[in-house]
Write a protein that binds this ligand. Structure first.
Ligand code: FE
Length: 132
């Protein structure tokens, strides 16, 4: 069980940059190939930019060519929640942080790993913590 983090809209605005706020709290998407972690290959952990929960390990990160950080799995199955997303005339599976419900990105069934999944995540939703 994860402890939930619930803040008011004003508190989120104060805590996040305008870009983080738009993406995490309003389901926005950064433009492809513009995010700060898209080509990051350093070993470490990607935390939720909203609440600091570890979400994705560099060990599952791969170059998908999509323009967004891509992972084959979250670091723990219960770290993220998945929701059906009907926006923009598509049916996609939205990925949110299970702790703060921040929007992270989407998961697609075309990944290279044993589960065949591609977690396509906005850099703005993440904070990278390099391995010591
Ligand atoms: Fe979070």
């Amino acid at each position: 069980m994860t402890d939930k983090l619930t803040l008011t809209d004003a508190e989120w605005r104060e805590r996040l940059t305008p870009e983080q706020y738009q993406i995490l709290r309003h389901g926005g998407t950064e433009r492809a190939f513009t995010g700060k972690y898209e080509s990051n290959k350093a070993p470490g952990m990607y935390l939720c930019a909203g609440c600091g929960t570890p979400l994705f390990s560099s060990e599952t990160k791969y170059n998908s060519g999509s323009g967004w950080p891509s992972y084959t799995s979250p670091v723990a199955a219960d770290a993220v929640d998945e929701h059906v997303d009907h926006s923009h005339g598509m049916v996609r599976t939205e990925v949110r942080c299970a702790t703060c419900e921040g929007h992270l990105g989407h998961v697609f069934p075309d990944g290279p790993g044993p589960d065949g999944l591609r977690y396509c995540i906005n850099s703005a939703s993440l904070d990278f913590k390099p391995k010591d």
